[in-house]
Every structure is written in C-alpha cells, then in structure tokens.
Write a protein that binds this ligand. Structure first.
Ligand SMILES: [Zn+2]
Length: 291
C-alpha cells in the first residue's frame, strides 16, 4: 500500500493547551526526527496562523519544518469549521492564512488546502461558494483516506500523565500500535473494494504529545508491514481525489467514507475487532466526576 504522511495543525494544536513537558518545539522536533529516521521527506503540514498572531516567534516552528525538507499547506487561520461560520467568514479565514503562511507555502511544490475537520459545508450554497473560491485561488484540496484517532489516544495519554499512571501509558502505546496497523489494513482493503482499484492513500497525524511519543514506533511498524511512503503530490495527483468537496455532508468522516455514506453505503469506521479498545481509550480520556 502506498500512502503519503500528512501532519495537521502546526504550529500549535488549537483545541487544548499542551501539558507540562511538551511545547510546539519539542513536538515538532520529535515528528521531524521520526520522519527523518524513516526517510519520509516532503511531508505537508496543514497549518493555522492564529498562533503566529499570539506569538510571532512561533514562526521558528515553520522555519524548522521547512528547513528539514517538509512543506506547509493552508488549513485556515483560526481553525473554525465551515459548519460553524458563514462561507464568507471561512473564505476570510483561508485568505488570512494565505497571507500569514505565505513565506513557507511559497516554498512548497504546490498550493494545497485542507478543510478543517475535513468538512466541506452543510449546505449546497456554502459548499459551492468555498469550493469556487479555492478553485479561483489555485488551491488543490488535500484529503485524508485514513486517520487513526490519535487525538482520542492523546486525551487518555494526558490524563495518564497527570495521574502518573505508567500502566495506562503502556496500554495506550501498545493498543495504538495494534489499532493503527489494523486500521491501515482495514481502510486499504475497504477503499480498494469500494473504489474498484488500489488508490494512493493519504494518512493524517497531529502535532500532539501522544503523536510525538508514538510516531517513531508507528512508522517503523508500518514500514515492516509493507507500507510504502510516497510524496504527497504523488498521492494527491490520483484521480481518486477528483470528488473532493463535491457533496453536502455533515458527517465527520474520511474522504471516501463521506462519499460512500452519501450514497447510502455505510462502512464501519473502526477496524473490526477494535471497537472495544477504541471505546476503552475514549472512556480513559473522558472527564470523570469526583463528587
Ligand atoms: Zn485541523
């Protein structure tokens, strides 16, 4: 299976602050080291620019990323989703990111945009307006064929860190490696069956503490299982992606599952046999009442 690696949300995860011991620098360094070690060059980071306004010195994160041979794509300025704002506001957010990320985007082999939470718009008018803007601005859409829910593992990981629960951390690391390989295999098989031929996949990780800890072992495991990492532009050029942002959907799903779901074909989202593991990790990350 041929896949391109992508990372989202540089320079700083927009949803929650990093726990003690982790910074945008330590996380980016860990990701770059893991990518280097496995000879995975030219990885696109779909990035936001809000953090640059808060702390302009965070531009060093993009400098490090690009100096290490990787690329930057547009992922909006403030990471609001198209379902939460008007098409006009969303377009303004794309343009703000275009402006602030320009020094690094211009060093990339193409202009790529990734929708926040891969949401294309919940009304036809919004979908069409934003898609037309991207087309007119020369942006190609960067999709995802497999994600591994590492944000769910990360929530549990941060809880375990706070509680000093080393057994919990060990469980999270082992279960994630087992799950991510199973998910990779399941999605590869399911998308091939659904589309009728092998496709060039695009996988996704985020700049999260758990990803910083696990990416080295995960890339290792994937390579040993026969995964071939290819440049993003090669994957994105697959005509398979021609239907990006082509339909109205309010589902939070990877590219081909969204298209399948629109046509009434419901493909399980979690690799068979891992539903209980996923559920357990989800519960580990939830707030537990103390009263
Ligand atoms: Zn994002």
């Amino acid at each position: 299976m041929k896949v391109a690696v992508t990372i989202d949300d540089l320079p700083q995860w927009p949803h929650t602050p990093y726990p003690e011991g982790y910074t945008p620098d330590t996380i980016t360094d860990a990701l770059i080291t893991a990518l280097d070690k496995h000879h995975i060059p030219g990885v696109f980071a779909f990035s936001n620019s809000w953090a640059l306004i808060k702390d302009p010195a965070l531009s060093r994160i993009f400098d490090c990323w690009v100096d290490a041979g990787h690329y930057v794509g547009n992922h909006t300025h403030s990471h609001r989703t198209l379902h939460d704002v008007s098409a006009q506001k969303y377009i303004e957010d794309i343009e703000l990111a275009s402006h602030h990320l320009a020094p690094w985007v211009f060093r990339s082999p193409g202009r790529y945009f990734r929708y926040t939470l891969n949401r294309w718009g919940e009304t036809e008018a919004k979908r069409r307006t934003v898609k037309a803007h991207l087309d007119a601005s020369g942006y190609s859409i960067a999709e995802v064929t497999t994600w591994f829910y590492e944000w769910t593992w990360n929530r549990a990981y941060e809880k375990c860190l706070l509680a000093g629960d080393q057994d919990g951390i060990d469980f999270l690391k082992h279960s994630y490696l087992d799950f991510s390989l199973a998910q990779m295999n399941f999605d590869t098989q399911a998308v091939t069956a659904w589309y009728g031929r092998e496709i060039r996949g695009i996988i996704l990780g985020h700049n999260l503490p758990f990803m910083a800890e696990i990416s080295d072992a995960m890339f290792d495991l994937f390579l040993k299982a026969g995964v071939e990492f290819i440049p993003f532009e090669e994957a994105a050029a697959d005509p398979f992606y021609d239907q990006a942002a082509s339909i109205v959907s309010d589902r939070f799903l990877v590219y081909w599952r969204k298209l399948a779901s629109y046509r009434g074909q419901h493909i399980p989202v979690i690799a068979p046999g891992f539903e209980a593991t996923y559920q357990r990790v989800k519960e580990m990350g939830q707030n537990t009442s103390t009263d």
